[in-house]
Design a binder for this molecule. Structure first.
Ligand code: GDD
Ligand code: MG
Length: 341
């Protein structure tokens, strides 16, 4: 089975972390997000991943120069300009010569959903009901950041509403995993920006050829700093060490305390500092007596002595926080914010 993995978005909601690094190359518990995604696909017999790239493709190519990731063969499909979700799928499939049933995955979703069950569901819906595509759904309390999906008995989709208004009741939403028959590609005009959620899927709903099934398991779309932290902590909790995922080269003072956190390579945690439910990127420095709580400290950032950084604050690469400062819920882009050229 081949899978097109969409990794070409700008990741604007995760700035400043994504100013230089594509969202799917951000480390989650010590490994780039894309490696978690590809390893999950490999568990369900995917043997080739077509990476659908637009923003900063070189970040992927230099990290996987032999075109292999988590033991799976990679094909790079780089759009001349971002073509949006459906345009990207059409472009990637053409690039890789896909002309059979295939999987499509939003590359910023981490989960342990049973994709083999999705494939069997689709096989059945295709044979019995003429399904051209099947979507995996998950239940959420607030559907507004996602695509809300209603189904009839048997799984035929009766409505697909991307980003419904805030305040709607809990609902089943698009989990970002699709099985597509190759004829779906013919529905997408070539070389144009087309959005699968707002254009292609609603058209398929009208024709009764879109199906969906609800999966059970862990699922998270890592699209915002809050959810990036949540995903990191969830993986920390599954880690045998329990208290954290700490790179071998991280330097932690013996009097510092680190709980449910991720410490990147070469970072330094000072004396009596506290790092709680946070992610500290490579080479960042946390001063003596500083407190980091539920926050993300970018690469090479420096937090001064006795400063506090809390409540989903995000420091960009190289940001410096003065000793004794108090940051709560702040986004500091830093010197990286306006890359030259
Ligand atoms: N190649 C390419 N080109 N990839 C793109 C482009 C593009 O122009 N635009 C977006 N992507 C990629 C993103 O990198 C991401 O992996 C995926 O497509 C989805 O885009 P997001 O921007 O993350 O969308 P979202 O999170 O708001 O909503 C989507 O995901 C939800 C579940 O995770 C939708 O599919 C929702 O319906 C869904 O519920
Ligand atoms: Mg997303």
């Amino acid at each position: 089975m081949r899978a097109v993995v969409l990794v070409g978005g700008l990741g604007t909601r995760l700035r400043p972390l994504t100013l230089r690094t594509p969202k799917q190359m951000l480390p989650v518990a010590g490994r780039p997000m894309i490696e978690h995604v590809v390893a999950h696909l490999a568990d369900h017999d995917v043997d080739e991943v077509v990476l659908s790239l637009a923003y900063r493709p070189d970040a992927f190519k230099t990290s996987y120069p032999d075109a292999s990731c988590a033991g799976v063969r990679l094909v790079y499909a780089v759009e001349p300009e971002p073509l949006d979700t459906a345009g990207a799928i059409r472009f990637a499939a053409a690039n890789a010569g896909i002309d059979e049933r295939f999987l499509v995955v939003n590359g910023d979703v981490l989960s342990d959903l049973d994709l083999s069950a999705l494939l069997s569901f689709h096989d059945d819906a295709h044979r019995r009901g003429g399904a051209e595509a099947s979507i995996e759904l998950v239940g959420v309390d607030d559907p507004s950041p996602y695509g809300a999906v209603s189904t009839e008995a048997g799984g035929r989709v009766s409505a697909f509403v991307e980003k419904p208004p805030v305040g709607e009741a809990p609902a089943a939403v698009n989990a970002g995993y699709y099985v597509l028959e190759p004829q779906v590609l013919d529905r997408i005009p070539e070389g144009q920006r087309v959005n699968i959620e707002r254009e292609t899927f609603p058209a398929m709903v009208a024709e009764g050829v879109l199906y969906a099934t609800t999966g059970k398991g862990w699922w998270i779309d890592v699209g915002t700093p809050e959810r990036y932290l949540q995903a990191s902590l969830a993986l920390v909790d599954r880690h045998p060490d329990g208290s954290g995922v700490v790179a071998d080269s991280a330097m932690v003072a013996t009097t510092a305390s680190v709980t449910r956190s991720v410490l990147g390579p070469g970072c330094r945690i000072g004396r009596n500092a506290r790092v709680e439910e946070s992610v500290v990127f490579s080479r960042a420095v946390i001063g003596n007596g500083a407190t980091i709580r539920r926050s993300v400290i970018g690469a090479s950032a420096v937090v001064g002595d006795a400063a506090t950084v809390t409540d989903v604050s995000v420091l960009g690469t190289g940001v410096e926080v003065d000793g004794g400062a108090h940051l709560a819920g702040e986004l500091l882009p830093g010197p990286d914010a306006w890359p030259s050229g």
